[in-house]
Design a protein around this ligand. Structure first.
Ligand code: MG
Length: 314
């Protein structure tokens, strides 16, 4: 196990505590003022200013702090390190990759995730194109503005189709893990497309605590960590998240259209009684494997549909 020890000033120690705020662990040992555990390293700070990094990612993690906050910058990007879960000032005016998902509560249809970059100077344009909090937007309106957004912004949208969803779900993956992997992948795609350009921040519409999110990613080869901040209701904090939310939603709607076509009827959204009834009708008409192929099979709706179908069969 690799160990790295560095000595930090009070100021840097404060920054380090903020950075690992959501990874904090309790460690009752003499002189310990702070301890945290990430997927890659354990971090222990002592009253003396010494900080011990242990584990596979120890050296990498220590390198972030060794020569100050700019150490990471020169290593992999030109921007300063994120300060943990504290949102930066004037976030709404900065260049940001926003990331959001949809479809997680719908029995029918995929989970879709979009990461979308809005450069500071594009913010007025994106607002001009009609981006508002997606919760205020109707599906037809989102469909009407998504093509413009896609044509001016750098984005990546991923559609996890139901067959794949059901396969990984059956392996024991939680929705949280599925979402974390998709967000990380979509963000990586956008960063790759941006080449040299780097966002000031990456803002993920929060569905899990930072520590939980990174724990889901622990086996990934490339994990985006730098300048990543999380917030709930993030679509209200930066238009990049609102744009991502719209593009993800439209991808979901497109896939729902395709599946509705296959099923020969309009698939309802959500997980309501109407969903049970539609699912029962499909079950009767096309059989279980067909129904499974367009649903999130572990939802309670599957069993309810089977009960309804059994009654109808008499
Ligand atoms: Mg969201």
């Amino acid at each position: 196990m690799a160990n790295s020890v560095i000595i930090l000033s009070d100021e840097k120690l404060t920054a380090l505590k903020a950075y690992y705020a959501s990874d904090v662990v309790k460690r009752d040992a003499p002189g310990v003022v702070f301890a945290a555990k990430t997927a890659n390293a354990s971090i222990t700070a002592y009253r003396s200013g010494k900080v011990l990094f242990q584990g596979g990612g120890a050296e990498l993690e220590a390198a972030k702090w060794e020569s100050g906050m700019d150490a990471v910058s020169s290593a992999s990007s030109k921007k300063p390190l994120t300060k943990g879960t504290v949102l930066p000032d004037r976030l709404a005016t900065l260049s940001v990759i926003g990331s959001d998902e949809t479809g997680t509560g719908d029995f029918f249809g995929p989970v879709t995730v979009c990461a979308c970059y809005v450069r500071a100077d594009q913010i007025p344009l994106v607002a001009e194109l009609g981006v508002k909090d997606s919760k205020l937007l109707t599906d037809p309106y989102m469909r009407s503005i998504a093509p413009d957004l896609k044509s001016v912004l750098t984005y990546s949208v991923l559609t996890l189709q139901n067959e794949k969803y059901n396969t990984v779900q059956a392996k024991g993956w939680s929705q949280g893990k599925i979402k974390a992997l998709l967000h990380n992948q979509a963000i990586r795609h956008v960063l790759r497309k941006l080449e040299e350009e780097r966002p000031d921040y990456i803002l993920i519409d929060q569905f899990a605590e930072r520590g939980v999110y990174y724990n889901h990613l622990k086996n990934e080869r490339e994990i985006v960590r730098e300048n990543v901040v999380f917030s709930t209701k993030a679509e209200g904090l930066h238009v990049a998240v609102a744009a991502a939310s719209i593009i993800a939603r439209v991808a979901f709607l497109d896939e729902m259209d395709r599946l509705s076509e296959l099923a020969g009827r309009t698939l309802p959204k959500g997980a309501s009684k109407k969903v049970d009834e539609t699912a029962a009708a499909i079950l009767l008409a096309k059989g279980e494997p067909f129904l499974r192929s367009m649903t999130k099979w572990h939802f309670a709706n599957a069993k309810k549909a089977a009960v309804i179908a059994a009654k109808k069969r008499g």
